[in-house]
Ligand binder design. Structure first.
Ligand code: GLN
Length: 488
């Protein structure tokens, strides 16, 4: 029998529908692969027994004629989504043994559609990071290792590594400033952050509420369309959820891009970017042109203020969201002399260095006297960035950019220099600030044979065009490289 872990999600769903193999067989193959890949440290918690029971139940459902959109597919869940009865950590010590009594809306949708959950995937602590090195459970190792261990990107590093290694058919992820797209770029996988409000935030541990969005990491653009089709949908439990129908985005993947106007923002050519990323971007432009799209130069003049604005807005919201971890309600508590001392000791012991840094920055920029100088300024910049995109849409229908300014780098290389780390998000934060959909598609390899991605940004609620353009890019790039399997 062929190795079932080489299949795409789409092929696996077709194979089960045709009766070529069962969910039980498919799930077993993935569990074996997960066990082989322990060195990647992709999982925080595995739920293999549960998964086998789920697979058997799915096979029985299929026999009785009930087949959901993800029926019987073994998938991974970023450990930021609350899962009923399964420990949820956000990769932080502060949550201790927290085991939710409820299910996040996104994972509830997927379970209702027949997902088999293999376990909870590693991430940066509270999704704060770009290399999966801030996790309290240790770094995730990129399957694309050469002579040294490389980071898989972050914060959804476990999700990206697991999909790239073929140990999950797909995975959930979240993106506040690039955490789906940058790890996808670093691992040769596809990752889409939909329009803000497409996926419910209910039951997902909050980082920065006005920026957080869930989305999938997958092997192909079509797989990402299948997954997002299950994850998305209106949810009255999230007041920012958008009440709009969820189209069949697998159809968008077949849409032609003839006549589509693709914008190329000149501000995304930045100093210090490796020339091969510029070359790949130029290639991407040629591919889109060959596919019949019209290329239009555009300007997004406030791009240079996006990172500073993001690194004020995101920590500000985080400092407020993370105030709830006080040792009284969740997880870890370190008793002190009095209440304040208990708060201080608990938070000092429970939060890692990066999370503490964000809380301090966030508290500072929100405090009296600094609010106007920093937070308010950042909000004004955010409005300008929204307007930049509004202006751009007058001349184009989607935008093509690189996803990240570098290929995956070595574990430990940037972890001591937060500003270097923050620069990773330069091409991704703008879409979060403006609430727009963005997808990363693997497009080529650098001189060391490491994957590089290109990004398509679309108008709000226009995932249809994003998927169409991404499919065209995927087809033209013909990216079939896989990491060499060194981990068994
Ligand atoms: N790398 C960015 C940060 O550290 C984005 C993280 C994310 O999207 N969750 O804030």
């Amino acid at each position: 029998m062929t190795d079932l872990t080489n299949l795409t999600l789409s092929a696996a769903l077709d194979g089960m529908a045709a009766g070529d193999f069962s969910s039980e067989e498919l799930t077993k193959a993935h569990i074996d692969a997960c066990m082989d890949a322990a060195d990647l440290n992709a999982f925080i918690t595995t739920t293999f027994e549960h998964a086998m029971d789920g697979a058997k139940a799915s096979d029985a459902r299929r026999k009785s004629g009930t087949v959901g959109k993800l029926e019987g597919a073994p998938l991974g869940v970023k450990d930021l989504f609350c899962t009923e009865g399964v420990k949820t950590t956000a990769a932080s010590k502060i949550l201790g043994e927290f085991t939710p009594t409820y299910e996040s809306s996104v994972t509830a949708n997927m379970k209702a559609d027949g997902m088999v959950m293999l376990g909870k995937l590693n991430l940066d602590e509270f999704a704060m990071g770009s290399a999966n090195e801030t996790s309290a459970f240790g770094p995730v190792i990129n399957p694309w290792r050469k002579d040294e261990d490389l980071v898989p990107g972050g914060s959804s590093g476990g999700s990206a590594a697991a999909v790239a290694a073929g140990i999950c058919l797909g995975a959930t992820a979240t993106d506040t400033g690039g955490s789906i797209r940058q790890p996808a770029s670093f691992t040769g996988t596809v990752g889409i952050k939909p329009t803000y409000g497409r996926c419910s935030r209910w039951g997902t541990v909050a980082f920065a509420s006005s920026l957080d969005q869930a989305g999938p990491i997958a092997k192909t653009v079509k797989d990402s369309a299948i997954l997002l089709g299950s994850m998305a949908g209106y949810d009255p439990k999230d007041s920012t959820s958008i009440d709009a129908p969820v189209p069949d985005w697998t159809k968008s993947c077949e849409r032609s891009v003839k006549g589509l106007r693709i914008g190329i923002p000149k501000e995304y050519s930045i100093d210090g970017m490796p020339p091969e990323i510029q070359t790949l971007w130029d290639e991407g432009i040629a591919w889109m042109k060959d596919a019949g799209a019209e290329i239009v130069p555009i300007t997004l003049p406030h791009t240079k203020y996006a990172l500073p604005a993001y690194y004020i807005v995101a920590p500000a919201e985080a400092s407020s969201n993370l105030a709830r971890y006080d040792g009284m309600r969740y997880g870890t508590r370190v008793d002190g002399a009095d209440l304040n001392d208990t708060y201080e000791k608990t938070r000092a012991a429970g939060f890692g260095a990066e999370v503490q840094r964000r809380i301090m920055i966030g508290t500072y920029v929100l405090s009296a006297g600094y609010y106007d100088a920093y937070y308010l300024q950042a909000q004004k910049v955010r409005t300008r960035i929204v307007q930049d995109f509004e202006n751009a849409w007058e001349s184009c229908d989607a935008i093509l950019t690189p996803t990240a300014p570098s290929a995956p780098f070595a574990v430990g290389r940037k972890v001591t220099d937060p500003v270097q780390m923050y620069l990773n998000d330069i091409f991704t934060v703008t879409t979060n600030l403006a609430g727009l959909p963005g997808i990363s598609v693997p497009a080529g390899l650098d001189k060391d044979g490491l994957p590089l991605g290109l990004q398509i940004i679309g108008k709000a609620m226009d995932e249809d065009t994003v998927f169409a353009a991404a499919s065209a890019l995927e087809k033209a790039a013909g990216f079939t490289a896989r990491p060499e399997k060194w981990w068994t």
